[in-house]
Design a protein around this ligand. Structure first.
Ligand SMILES: *Cc1c(COP(=O)(O)O)cnc(C)c1O
Length: 466
C-alpha cells in the first residue's frame, strides 16, 4: 500500500514511511492511494471477533508490506491488553435507538489511547528494524500529552518530551503526565499559554540542525497511523448492530476531525454508514461549514469540552482532497487561501456532497450541562461533557428512518472532567480503581520559561541521557 499527499507534490511512501514522517514535505497529509474494500460476505465474516483480532485484520490492509499480519496481531494484542474493560470498546444502549461506544477504557481515560497505544508500538518496531532512535516532542493542553506519554513510556527507541502550560491543565490531566517516572519521559511545564507551548514545538521543528540532531518526531493527530487505528472501533460497533445488513449512523464529538474521519473511512471500506453527525461546542467551525459553507477561523474560546476547543480542524484536509476528486493541486490552492485569508473557499459542489453525509450540531456550555443531567435522569448514564455533545447531536440529527441505530463516540471518561459533571448533577464521578491513587503518586517535571534556547537545552539533555 502506497500513500499520497493531499497536496500532490510529495513522493509516495509506504505505511512505515508515513508513520515516521507524520506530515508530508509539501505540507499535505497522507492518504492511502486507494481504499481497501471488503465485500458484504467478508464483513459478515468479521462479526464477533475479539477486538484486538478485528483491529489487526482491518489495519493490516493499510500496513501492506510494512508489517506481517502476525507482528501486527501481536501488537494489537499488547496494545489493548491493559484496557479496563474486557470488551475494549463496549457499546452501551442509551435509549430505543442510541448507543454509546465507550472509547475511554484505556490508561488515560480518553479515546486517544485507542490509537496511541498501538502507535507507540508501531514506532518502536519500525525504529528497532532500522536501528534508529527518535525524540518525540509535543505540546498539549491535556488529553494528547498523557495518551502519548502512556504509549511511549519505557520504549527503547523513543525519548519523549511533552510541553504543557504551567497551571493551565486540570490537575487530573497534569498528574496523568507528571506521575509517569519512566526514564525516557520528560515533562516541561512552560510558564506561558498552550499557544506558547505549540510555538516552541514548531520552532524546534523549524530549527533544522536541532531537528536533525535530535531526530525530532511528532505524534499529533494528523499522523495517518492514528486514523487507521481508529477505524476498527467503528466497524466493531456497526457489525455488532447488524452491518453490513443494516445501516448505522455515527455521532462524533469533534475537534481536529481525526476521529470522525475514521468513521468516514469505514464507509469507504464498504460498510453502510448512513449519516455522520459532527458535534461541536461554541468553537464550531465545522458546523458552520456544513450549515452554510462558511469555513472561517475565529479565535478559540474556552469551553467545558476543552479537547474540542479548536480554531482549525486539520484532518478536514483529507476529506477535502476526496471531495475535490483527489486533485492535489486544487487542494493545495484551497488550503493556501485558507491560511492566507482565514476562510476556506470550498467549491459549492464539494460542499453539497459533504452535506449529503455529514450533519453539524453546536451545543453551548449550558446545553452541555443540561444534556449530562438529562442522560443521568433518563438513562442513569454518566457522560463527560464531550460525549454529552455527541448524544445531544444524535438525538437532534438522527436519520428519520427509526430502524437505523445511532452510535455516539463516548470520547472521555466522566471522571476526567469531574467539575463539569458535578456542576450538572451534583455528584463527583470517582476515578476507576487503577487510577484511584493518582493524587498520591510522586510527580516529576521541570519548569521552564517560554524561551527556545532554554527548551532546546532541556530536550537535548533529556535525549542524551538515554
Ligand atoms: C481529542 C478529543 C476529541 C476530538 O477528537 P478529534 O479527533 O480531534 O476530532 C473529542 N473528545 C475528547 C475527549 C478528546 O480527547
Amino acid at each position: 500500500m502506497q500513500y499520497l499527499s493531499t497536496r500532490g507534490e510529495a513522493a509516495p511512501r509506504d505505511f512505515e514511511g508515513v508513520l515516521l514522517a507524520g506530515l508530508a514535505e509539501d505540507g499535505g497529509l497522507f492518504l492511502p492511494e486507494s481504499w481497501p474494500s471488503l465485500s458484504a460476505a467478508e464483513w459478515r465474516g468479521l462479526r464477533g471477533l475479539p477486538y484486538a483480532e478485528l483491529a489487526a485484520r482491518l489495519i493490516h490492509p493499510f500496513a501492506g508490506e510494512s508489517l506481517s499480519f502476525e507482528t501486527l496481531r501481536r501488537m494489537t494484542g499488547e496494545a489493548y491488553a491493559g484496557f479496563g474493560h474486557p470488551a475494549i470498546a463496549p457499546l452501551v444502549q442509551l435509549d430505543a435507538r442510541c448507543f454509546a461506544l465507550e472509547l475511554f477504557h484505556g490508561p488515560t481515560l480518553a479515546f486517544k489511547d485507542m490509537a496511541m497505544q498501538l502507535l507507540g508500538r508501531l514506532f518502536d518496531h519500525a525504529l528497532a528494524q532500522r536501528g534508529e532512535r527518535i525524540t518525540i516532542v509535543g505540546a498539549t493542553s491535556g488529553d494528547t500529552g498523557s495518551a502519548a506519554i502512556e504509549a511511549c513510556r519505557d520504549r527503547s527507541a523513543i525519548d519523549l518530551v511533552m510541553l504543557h502550560p504551567e497551571g493551565r491543565t486540570s490537575e487530573v490531566q497534569r498528574r496523568q503526565m507528571t506521575t509517569v517516572l519512566s526514564p525516557n519521559v520528560a515533562n516541561l511545564a512552560i510558564q506561558g499559554s498552550f499557544d506558547d507551548c505549540q510555538d516552541l514545538v514548531k520552532a524546534m521543528f523549524n530549527d533544522a540542525p536541532f531537528r536533525l540532531e535530535m531526530r525530532l518526531a511528532a505524534v499529533n493527530s494528523i499522523n495517518w497511523a492514528r486514523v487507521a487505528a481508529q477505524i476498527p472501533y467503528y466497524a466493531h460497533a456497526a457489525l455488532a448492530l447488524g452491518a453490513p445488513d443494516r445501516p448505522v449512523a455515527f455521532s462524533v464529538p469533534t475537534g481536529n476531525f481525526g476521529n470522525v474521519l475514521a468513521a468516514w473511512a469505514v464507509r469507504q471500506m464498504g460498510l453502510p454508514v448512513e449519516r455522520l453527525i459532527i458535534g461541536a461546542n461554541r468553537n464550531n467551525i465545522l458546523a458552520r461549514f456544513l450549515a452554510s459553507n462558511d469555513m472561517s477561523m475565529r479565535p478559540v474560546e474556552p469551553s467545558l469540552s476543552p479537547s474540542m476547543d479548536i480554531q482549525v480542524s486539520s484532518n478536514f484536509e483529507r476529506l477535502l482532497f476526496e471531495l475535490l476528486g483527489r486533485d492535489g493541486a486544487a487542494t493545495a490552492a484551497v488550503m493556501g487561501r485558507f491560511r492566507a485569508e482565514g476562510r476556506m473557499p470550498v467549491p459549492d459542489a464539494a460542499w453539497r456532497e459533504a452535506t449529503g453525509l455529514f450533519h453539524g450540531f453546536t451545543l453551548d456550555d449550558a446545553g452541555t450541562l443540561g444534556e449530562i443531567r438529562h442522560l443521568w435522569q433518563a438513562a442513569g448514564y454518566l457522560a463527560d461533557p464531550h460525549t454529552a455533545i455527541g448524544t445531544a447531536a444524535a438525538r437532534a440529527l438522527a436519520p428519520e428512518d427509526r430502524s437505523i441505530p445511532v452510535v455516539v463516540a463516548a470520547t472521555a471518561h466522566p471522571a476526567k472532567f469531574p467539575d463539569a459533571v458535578e456542576a450538572a448533577i451534583g455528584l463527583r464521578p470517582p476515578l476507576p480503581p487503577r487510577l484511584a491513587d493518582l493524587y498520591e503518586r510522586e510527580e516529576r517535571y521541570s519548569i521552564a520559561t517560554p524561551d527556545l534556547g532554554t527548551v532546546e537545552a532541556l530536550v537535548r539533555s533529556h535525549a542524551r541521557r538515554n
